[in-house]
Design a protein. Structure first.
Length: 245
């Protein structure tokens, strides 16, 4: 069934909003004071993000469930003619996809803030509150942080493109498990944005929302989780074009 670009825009908006609501929500549950899940640890966050992707992919079925600009540019780099059935690959359509993804991510992060409002009001380090919204490096080294994001996103997009060639119809489950695996294996250095919208939209929300004691939104780092995933996505698409045929 073919869809219009308007339907695809709403699909990406809703899917990415759900991705961030659940993704930012699991981080909030694990690190904010006085939550039921406080101290849940890295694997809880990994699995929470994986299941967030699972929900977002199903919600965004009309648009091909990109919910990530790196996936959009990766598909473009393969030479594909359509982003989704009925949605041709054009500059305008690509920009509409990315706009919907960033806006959806900001909306989802805002709802996660509302869900945990009383816990954001508690006394916590500003960096902890920012970490609910956006990624940050464990060791700040912009060049190497960029390399980490490129590698992680390459794995994500290349395998997602490979899934399209698989005869097994497993829906969103493989993508969810892939995200869990990337987080567990490659997420330590940067917090694995692997999605420019996932980081930029919530970072904008953090800057705008009335979060008590929130501190800086760390815009000095913000380019890394944008540039790294976009480069990784394009490289994955180019390699997939040759390797997957």
């Amino acid at each position: 069934m073919d869809y219009t670009i308007g339907e695809a825009f709403v699909s990406e908006l809703v899917g990415t909003a759900l991705l961030l609501l659940l993704g930012a929500g699991v981080v909030a549950n694990a690190i904010l004071p006085k939550t039921k899940g406080f101290g849940g640890g890295w694997l809880l966050i990994n699995f929470g993000w994986g299941l967030a992707v699972f929900a977002g992919v199903y919600a965004a079925f009309k648009s091909g469930a990109h919910i990530n600009p790196a996936v959009t540019v990766g598909i473009w780099a393969t030479g594909a003619e359509e982003f989704a059935p009925g949605i041709p690959v054009t500059v305008v359509n690509g920009l509409l996809y990315v706009t919907a993804q960033i806006a959806g991510a900001a909306i989802g992060a805002a709802f996660a803030f509302l869900a945990y409002k009383k816990h954001f009001d508690e006394d916590a380090d500003p960096g902890t509150k920012l970490a609910v919204f956006s990624t940050g490096p464990a060791v700040r080294s912009y060049g190497w942080n960029l390399v980490t994001e490129i590698i992680g996103t390459f794995v994500l997009v290349f395998i997602v493109l490979a899934f399209a060639k698989s005869p097994a119809d497993l829906g969103a489950l493989p993508v969810a498990l892939l995200v869990v695996g990337i987080g567990a294996s490659l997420g330590g250095p940067t917090g694995y944005a692997i999605n420019p919208a996932r980081d930029l939209g919530p970072r904008i929300a953090h800057a705008l929302l009335p979060i008590r004691g929130k501190g800086s939104s760390d815009w000095a780092y913000s380019w890394v989780p944008i540039v790294g995933p976009m480069v990784g996505g394009v490289l994955a698409g180019l390699v997939a074009r040759v390797y997957l045929g």
